[in-house]
Every structure is written in C-alpha cells, then in structure tokens.
Design a protein. Structure first.
Ligand code: NAP
Length: 304
C-alpha cells in the first residue's frame, strides 16, 4: 500500500527539503503539499514530478493561521480520501505576533492551533489501529517551559510567542499520544537545528549570514545544532519516517544534528514536560476549539 504524507509548509525551507528527501526514499509515495499559496504549491509540484514521475503529488490550499481555510482544506482532503501528517527557529528565533481574523494570536494559530484543527478534522482518516498513522511536528530546541503559561496559552501577554508555541507543540504531542495511541495514531516532535531559510533570514539578512559563515562553520565543531541547510534539517524527520511509531518514546524530542565535517545524524533530548500540564493544555485546546467552531459557524451563516 502507498504511504500517504501530508506536509504543511511544503513551499519552501524545511518542508520543501522534506518533500524531496521523502520522494528520493520512496518514489511511489502519495504526497500532498499543503500550502497557502497555490501558485507556489503548483510550481513545487511540477518540480517534484519532473524528478519523480511515478510519485503521486497533489496540493491542497491551506493557510493554517486562518481557521476557515483549515476547515475547508480538511473538507477537501476528506472528500479526496487523501491524507496524513505535518511540518509547517531557534535560540534567537522569535516571530512577530498579531491577532488573526479569527481573533487568535497568529504565532499560536500557525504553529499549533491550525494544525490541531487539521488533526481533529482528519481524525477519522488518521485513526485506524490496523494501520498506524504518524504525526511529526517540527518543534524547536527553543521550546522553553519558562515561556509558556497555561493561563495564557496563546501568549497574548508575553514577549516570546515562538518559544511558547513550540513548548505548546511539545505538550500537545504528549497529550495526543495519550489520547490516540490506542486508536493507531502516534505523534512525535523534532527540531531541525538552525537552518538558513526564510525564517532565519527574518532575523538577519542573507548577506549577514554569509559574512558570519566562517564563524558558524567553526562553531559546528562545538555545537551540532548548526545544520544550516534545509536538507540537513530534515534528518530527524526522515529518521522518524523509517521508525515504527509504536516503538517511540513520546517524551523524547528528536534533533537533527550535523558534525563539523558535515555528516548528519539524529540525537535525542528528554523533554521537560509533565503529563498533567500536557493534559490540561489539551483540555484548554478542546475548549478553544468549541468556541471557535461556534464563531466560525456563525460567520459562515452570516456570509450565506
Ligand atoms: N530554520 C530554522 O532554523 C528552524 C529551527 C527550529 C525550528 N524550525 C521550524 O521549522 C518549520 C519550517 O520552517 P522553515 O525554517 O523551513 O521556514 P520557511 O522557509 O519560512 O518555511 C515556512 C513554510 O511555512 C509556510 N507557512 C507559513 N505560514 C503559513 C500559514 N499561515 N499557512 C500555511 N503555510 C504557512 C510557508 O509558506 P509560504 O511559502 O506561503 O510563505 C513556508 O512553506 C517551522 O515550524 C519552524 O518553526 C526552523
């Protein structure tokens, strides 16, 4: 049976590199590119199919920071009976935050909540104990417990929305395993390391990264997290793709790493998470889901 993989953020950076590596490993894959920009998605699809003509590559339009768009994408995916999975920074990395049209904090909506709704909507397709499904979240080494609060899960009041959203990703991963493993759905988290992508170019412009490169190459001999290229950053994703999800420890984060000589490998880190907080966060997400579903229905009724 063909494996089915859905990659969010497939139009560039780590998501795009992941698509290329997955097809290089399995050119019969059914790959669905979930992108907000259809033009970019089609261009990526054409490039991938030129190299892997036997693969089945489709696209679905989704802006994960916009819940209406997430619901529509799920509806379409269910209709197509296509499915499954994930992906859409580090130490220095922060993201500008603002409020979306759904009234949610954008970083929270993009990194966590849009994906949470995606999973909830696709539950019937993902949950079957006879054929396990695997969710893989691109978290970060920058997920910090101290930046997350159960009282402010969207991080409306803090200054570290990125780190908070990544810690929330780790919590959700633990809760999803607890609730869904028996139904054949398994979740894992990875960190791609520091990778030069549009995200990191948001911190420093490309020319500054180029100037810093000699120092970064040297640093690589002391810190294995400077993976630098999107290809290297996908190492942990590809490694997980080969594992039996049932055999993985949900409290472990898998980290892409690169040696000073440029070899890639995967290392692990025990996450600083307690299961009680993970469960309370999950219940908060279910509550928020109820509220946004009511709002989204009201909005659609109003528009029709
Ligand atoms: N780069 C790093 O050093 C680093 C380190 C740790 C973790 N990560 C994580 O790795 C993941 C991928 O990041 P990257 O470095 O590859 O960044 P990137 O090159 O900026 O790629 C981000 C991707 O996400 C898509 N995207 C952003 N907002 C979206 C939305 N609202 N709806 C749908 N798609 C959206 C972008 O689509 P468009 O093409 O339409 O913009 C793009 O395909 C992120 O979760 C990031 O936090 C990265």
């Amino acid at each position: 049976m063909r494996k089915v993989v859905l990659v969010t953020g497939a139009s560039s950076g780590i998501g795009l590199a992941l698509c290329k590596r997955l097809l290089a490993e399995d050119n019969e894959l059914y790959l669905c590119l979930a992108c907000r920009n259809t033009g970019k998605a089609e261009a990526v699809r054409a490039t991938l199919l030129a190299c892997y003509p036997t693969a089945e590559v489709t696209t679905v339009q989704v802006d994960v920071s916009n819940l209406q768009s997430v619901f529509e994408a799920c509806k379409e995916l269910k209709q197509r009976k296509a499915i499954h999975m994930f992906s859409t920074a580090e130490g220095l990395l922060t993201q500008q935050d603002r409020v979306t049209a759904d009234g949610l904090q954008e970083v929270f909506a993009t990194n966590i909540f849009g994906h949470f709704i995606l999973i909830r909507e696709l539950e019937p397709l993902l949950c079957h104990s006879y054929n396990p499904s695997q969710l893989i979240w691109t978290s970060s080494r920058n997920a910090r417990k101290s930046n997350f609060s159960l009282e402010d899960i969207q991080h409306r009041k803090g200054q570290e929305p990125y780190s908070s959203s990544k810690y929330a990703t780790d919590l959700l991963n633990v809760a999803l395993n607890r609730h869904f493993n028996q139904q054949g759905l398994y979740s894992s988290v990875i960190c791609p390391g520091t990778v030069l992508t549009n995200l990191t170019y948001g911190i420093l412009p490309p020319f500054l990264w180029t100037l810093l490169m000699p120092v970064i190459w040297l640093l690589r001999f002391f810190a294995n997290s400077f993976t630098l290229t999107p290809y290297n950053g996908t190492e942990a994703l590809i490694w997980l793709f080969h594992q039996k999800p049932e055999s993985l420890n949900p409290l472990i984060k898998y980290l892409s790493a690169t040696t000073g000589f440029g070899s890639n490998y995967v290392t692990v880190e025990k996450m600083d998470i307690d299961e009680d907080t993970a469960e309370r966060f999950y219940q908060n997400l279910l509550e928020l889901e109820k509220r946004v579903r009511v709002n989204t229905t009201q909005k659609s009724d109003h528009q029709s």
